[in-house]
Design a protein around this ligand. Structure first.
Ligand SMILES: *[C@@H]1O[C@H](CO)[C@@H](O)[C@H](O)[C@H]1NC(C)=O
Ligand SMILES: *[C@@H]1O[C@H](CO)[C@@H](O)[C@H](O)[C@H]1NC(C)=O
Ligand SMILES: *[C@@H]1O[C@H](CO)[C@@H](O)[C@H](O)[C@H]1NC(C)=O
Ligand SMILES: *[C@@H]1O[C@H](CO)[C@@H](O)[C@H](O)[C@H]1NC(C)=O
Length: 473
């Protein structure tokens, strides 16, 4: 008996080893933190995600963008619309070719829709070998159906140029008219009927995108920045006692994909990094609703720490310069919940190599499972953060070595959040490990689950309905 122990151990070891090899082969999309210059496994060729682009008139995407650039007034919500000048120039020059997405920060941060469609519009011959996507022209051959509606741009045009307070109403709301039209067209298609919408992909980065029709598209794969915009609706929808638990009936980490905000600040490369004199930096509005109440309290707790800088900012050029300077001269950047759990500030911090300090007990982040945020960001509970003196003390305790290590790790993931491929209109080869390809990889990972759900749905007897339940994680 005794002599068999080493053999048994050896056997276990070999089994484990084999398992590891098998595992490493069956997860070709896992994106380990690239710590050295070796190419990441995601660069290797594998089957592509076959996407059919649903048939929608141009007026729902690039036509809408044309409409944006021909608006005659600036955005009513900000005092200096950065697009005013370009709008005048474009109107005068009448030039053809792809139009840029708005620079207006309120809109630009949600630009995923523009880059994803740009990738799908790229001709097959210009596609990079590392592209994750293959566009197919018959929906029957597709893994998923992409709905090419610029839902964010549509919502923001109503918010910035529509009737004041008209967004939540349906009458006289141009965005609602477009939402209704898109949903009616899509739900009437054979592709939708085949799957009940489960294999359809909507880009809803703006927390208020598709506001009035969410329940109708909830079976689909929704690309969102987080689930903040869905809480209230969900609570109403599920009609249950939500005092202890938020019942997600429309969104879930299982079926949906969290995508990054587009960063608004330029990338700081690690070679350009300068010594940082501020411990912790935050710029933004002090007052926020709901989850954001923590902001106001944090503000008071941190106000008297000498090496902490908290500033109120403006959404204009001055505010932008202020943010660049603040984020590049601070060790840590605070990321408290705002109206929603995340904001583009997090991605601006990463692009500025400022270590994010995330104070938001309930947050969804992009590309988790491919990326380990704890290698370059710090997560602090709201409870701890609100104890006077605790947070600053905790952050001062990190050694220079640790901070440099965080920053090194961060510089190796900056490109993962980059949407812009430098091509006009975003139409051209995308970087192998950039945001666009990583979003497609995440969609690809949903395929087995989508197939399973469709088959399960098909066997249901006529007239049977099951309650919506998307509440697992
Ligand atoms: C919800 O549940 C909590 C705890 O079980 C209870 O105290 C509260 O009264 C309930 N609210 C409603 C509206 O049922
Ligand atoms: C930005 O906004 C602030 C506050 O409204 C204003 O004082 C400042 O002059 C503005 N800067 C620019 C460049 O517009
Ligand atoms: C940086 O990443 C490596 C893994 O690549 C990890 O072992 C290390 O702990 C990270 N550094 C910090 C400070 O978290
Ligand atoms: C910081 O380090 C000191 C000394 O090791 C320790 O006493 C203190 O509890 C630490 N503070 C926090 C917030 O971790």
């Amino acid at each position: 008996m005794k002599s068999s122990m080493p053999l048994l151990l050896l056997f276990c070891f070999i089994s484990l080893f084999t398992l590891l090899i098998v595992l490493s082969k069956t997860t070709p999309y896992s994106l380990s933190l690239p710590s050295s210059s070796t190419p990441s496994p995601s660069n290797q060729i594998r089957p592509r995600l076959k996407i059919y682009v649903a048939d929608l008139p141009r007026s729902f995407n690039y036509g809408l963008l044309e409409q944006y650039w021909s608006l005659s007034a600036p955005d009513s919500r900000i005092n200096a619309d950065p697009d005013a000048e370009l709008r005048a120039f474009l109107a005068a020059s009448r030039r053809n070719g792809p139009l840029p997405y708005p620079e207006n920060p309120l809109i630009k941060q949600y630009s995923a829709e523009y880059w994803l469609l740009g990738d799908l519009e790229t001709p097959e011959r210009s596609r990079a070998v590392s592209s994750v996507v293959e566009r197919v022209y018959d929906w029957r051959n597709a893994d998923v159906v992409f709905v090419p509606f610029f839902a964010t741009l549509s919502a923001e045009m109503e918010l910035g140029w529509g009737r004041k307070g008209g967004f939540l109403k349906k009458e006289g709301n141009g965005d609602y008219r477009r939402q209704r039209d898109v949903v009616d067209r899509i739900r009437n298609s054979d592709a939708w009927k085949r799957s009940g919408g489960r294999d359809h992909v909507f880009v809803l980065t703006d927390p208020v995108a598709m506001w009035h029709v969410r329940a109708e598209i909830s079976p689909a794969v929704l690309l969102t920045v987080d689930f903040g915009g869905w809480y209230k609706l969900d609570a109403k929808e599920s009609q249950s006692n939500t005092s202890h638990m938020i019942q997600h009936t429309q969104v879930s980490l299982l079926k949906d994909v969290i995508v990054p905000y587009a960063h608004l600040l330029p990338r700081l490369h690690s070679l350009e990094d300068q010594p940082r004199s501020i411990l912790l930096y935050f710029k933004g509005a002090k007052h926020r609703h709901r989850g954001g109440l923590v902001r106001e309290k944090l503000w008071d707790v941190l106000l008297n720490e000498g090496d902490v800088v908290m500033e109120e900012g403006f959404p204009n050029a001055t505010g932008r310069e202020q943010s660049i300077k603040g984020m590049r001269s601070s060790e840590f950047c605070l990321h408290p919940a705002g109206d929603t759990p995340t904001s583009c500030r997090l991605f601006d911090a990463v692009l500025s190599l400022c270590i994010p300090v995330i104070v938001s007990d309930n947050i969804e982040l992009p590309f988790e499972g491919m990326l380990d945020y704890s290698n370059f960001a710090i997560f602090v509970s709201v409870n701890n953060a609100l104890q006077p003196g605790w947070l600053a003390g905790y952050l001062r305790n990190f050694s220079k070595y640790q901070k440099d290590d965080f920053r090194r790790n961060m510089s190796s993931v900056q490109h993962i959040f980059e949407y812009d491929n430098g091509s006009p209109g975003g139409i051209g080869p995308v970087s192998s490990d950039g945001a666009v390809n990583n979003i497609w990889r995440k969609v690809y990972q949903k395929l087995p689950m989508i197939k399973e759900a469709i088959i399960r749905e098909k066997r249901k007897p006529d007239g049977v309905s099951t309650p919506l339940r998307c509440h697992c994680t």
